[in-house]
Design a protein around this ligand. Structure first.
Ligand SMILES: Nc1ncnc2c1ncn2[C@@H]1O[C@H](COP(=O)(O)OP(=O)(O)OP(=O)(O)O)[C@@H](O)[C@H]1O
Ligand SMILES: [Mg+2]
Length: 350
């Protein structure tokens, strides 16, 4: 069986309301795609359509080259981990992990070896005889992952698997998931999250969802450096979105001519995206003069909010010995190559 997942114009509706609108997306064999987007944007719905828990009103879901749209969940060969792990409280860890194997009628003498393998892979071998209530949140999480891996799936669906963990455990588990993926290079993973750090860390590509639609898809670097829409720019990383005017002569912000490449932008209103850590303090190209209206010290950086022509420009500045004074006049600048011009309205109906 080949792996990989393909959404072919998949739409899902509940009671006449479309919650997933003609999704086209391919997860290549062995690839990790993060579905990133705000609450209610349709991420879980997309996952459930792959797992077979919801039936699309139109379109097809393929796993490898097999159309699985009409197959029941247990015949799709998928491992799934949901937000609330959903371990069986009355079963010991080993029985929880064996559950999917039994349901699939795996030969009895194969089961202990497969359970041991999955527990080994998730670092839970020593806990085989415990009950879920005797485990920490992070350990329960590992058992849930072991249970999904025990069936040796070609496709792994992870729905906010770390959201119930505290920040420190989360970053530890994130490293574990990256390691697991290196150990299982053939498994295609669809990873739902609304945490951009998880998406940037784990994913080969990020699919950005909003309002039931796929808005953008690309490598993390690509989306971060060259976002196509304002939504992507503000959702993947932090962004200054400056309203600018494009004319035949160039690009202007607040009456100041800027040195940025107009690309193929058409004359009229547009948005300029500049990342706060690429905005410098002091004179330089694309100098913007303004007044500091807020300062946040964040350990390694100072986040300055500077009012320029009625707009707040964010600058993350490193190595400032003294905290700048509120109300002082400062000059900010950014390099021409660090600015991305976004056409107005690209995020509207398309
Ligand atoms: N069983 C259902 N019946 C009716 N509406 C539903 C059902 N499941 C989901 N929805 C609606 O579909 C939309 C998309 O839901 P979905 O669970 O896919 O969002 P999500 O992107 O996973 O959000 P979150 O980040 O909050 O988990 C929401 O508006 C939700 O209310
Ligand atoms: Mg969800």
């Amino acid at each position: 069986m080949t792996s990989g997942i393909r959404f072919d114009a998949v739409s899902v509706a509940y009671g006449g309301t479309t919650v997933l609108d003609r999704l086209d997306l391919t997860v290549e064999p062995g690839e990790v795609i993060a579905l990133l987007g705000p609450s209610g944007s349709g991420k879980t719905t997309a996952l459930r359509a792959v797992a077979g828990f919801v039936r699309p009103v139109s379109g097809r879901v393929l796993i490898g080259d097999r159309d699985v749209t009409a197959l029941p969940p247990y015949r799709r060969g998928i491992g799934m981990v949901v937000q609330q792990y959903a371990l069986f409280p009355h079963l010991r860890v080993e029985a929880n992990v064996a559950f999917g194997l039994k349901a699939r009628k795996t030969p009895k003498d194969e089961i202990p070896g497969r359970v041991a393998e999955a527990l080994e892979m998730t670092g839970m071998a020593a806990y085989a005889h415990r009950y879920p209530r005797e485990l920490s949140g992070g350990q329960q999480q590992r058992v849930a992952i072991a249970r999904a891996l025990a069936i040796r799936p070609k496709v792994l669906l992870l729905d906010e698997p770390l959201s119930a963990l505290d920040a420190q455990l989360r970053s530890g588990m994130l490293a574990e998931l990256a390691r697991l993926h290196r150990e299982l290079p053939d498994v295609s993973i669809l990873y739902v999250t609304h945490d951009q750090v998880e998406a940037l860390t784990l994913a080969d590509r990020i699919a950005v969802m909003d309002k039931a639609r796929l808005q953008d898809c690309g490598t993390p670097q690509d989306l971060y450096r060259r976002p196509r829409t304002e939504f992507t720019a503000s959702f993947v990383g932090n962004a200054n979105l400056l309203p600018v005017t494009v004319t035949a002569d160039g690009v202007a912000f607040d009456g100041t001519e800027l040195n940025v490449a107009p690309g193929d932008a058409t004359p009229g209103a547009a948005t300029l995206c500049v990342r706060p850590h690429l905005v410098g303090l002091g004179e330089g190209p694309n100098a913007l003069r303004g007044r500091i209206v807020e300062v946040q010290w964040r350990g390694s950086t100072h986040r300055l909010y500077v009012e320029v022509g009625g707009h707040r420009v964010k600058a993350d500045v490193r190595e400032l010995r003294e905290t700048p004074l509120l109300g002082s006049e400062v000059t900010l600048h950014f390099a021409p190559e660090d600015a991305v011009l976004l056409a107005a309205g690209v995020n509207d109906d398309h």
